[in-house]
Design a protein around this ligand. Sequence first.
Ligand code: 5GP
Length: 216
Amino acid sequence: MKEKGILTVVSGFSGAGKGTLMKRLCARYDNYALSISATTRKPRVNKTTGECEVDGVDYFFIDKAEFENMIDNDQLIEYASYQDNYYGTPKKYVEDMLADGRDVILEIEVQGAGKVKAKLPDTVRVFVTPPSAAELSRRLINRGTEDESQIRGRLRRATEEAEYMPAYDYILINDDLESTVDRLHSIIQSQKSKTNFCEHMISEITNDLKEHMKGD
Ligand code: 5GP
């Protein structure tokens, strides 16, 4: 029997570098599947590089009616509203990947993370943060995708999100990209040694030992 994959929720302040971290993790290791969320927000253009987000790659960009239809049909594991838009995790992809033994990562905000943990208690929750508030502000300004008032909105939201940090299993300080990727990989893989993920292995070895000792 195949062991199921681990479900990890990664949250963090907007501008903490979660997107880059996830891409690097998936590029370095094979076993991860990154869930693609649905959102009613419009695709973003990076003002520095001119690159635009792609439908079906960065997000499934849908309108409000389509999103509400997904809610009504129970097609989302969770959803939340963030800066006047809906964001949600499509259920089928996550379930299929976990059943196939892949380690699935959801990059979602704090309200959604709470809902996933309540539904699926084995979920590992990791909160990614830059080393300081000043560094967060600098990264938001440098990425050039939001104007000044949007940056203030994201920093205001970060102040609220900081309240949720103690509820996470791990705090991951994103100072150096490559070492942060390594630490995230270690956190996720070490979950596989926890007893609740090894039920099948435990019962197999227990039965085999009993069989071995029969008649002793
Ligand atoms: P952004 O607009 O910067 O791409 O995302 C804004 C916030 O929404 C981020 O904190 C991101 O992690 C979160 N987010 C993205 N997808 C989902 C989702 O499916 N569910 C929830 N609850 N949050 C999401």
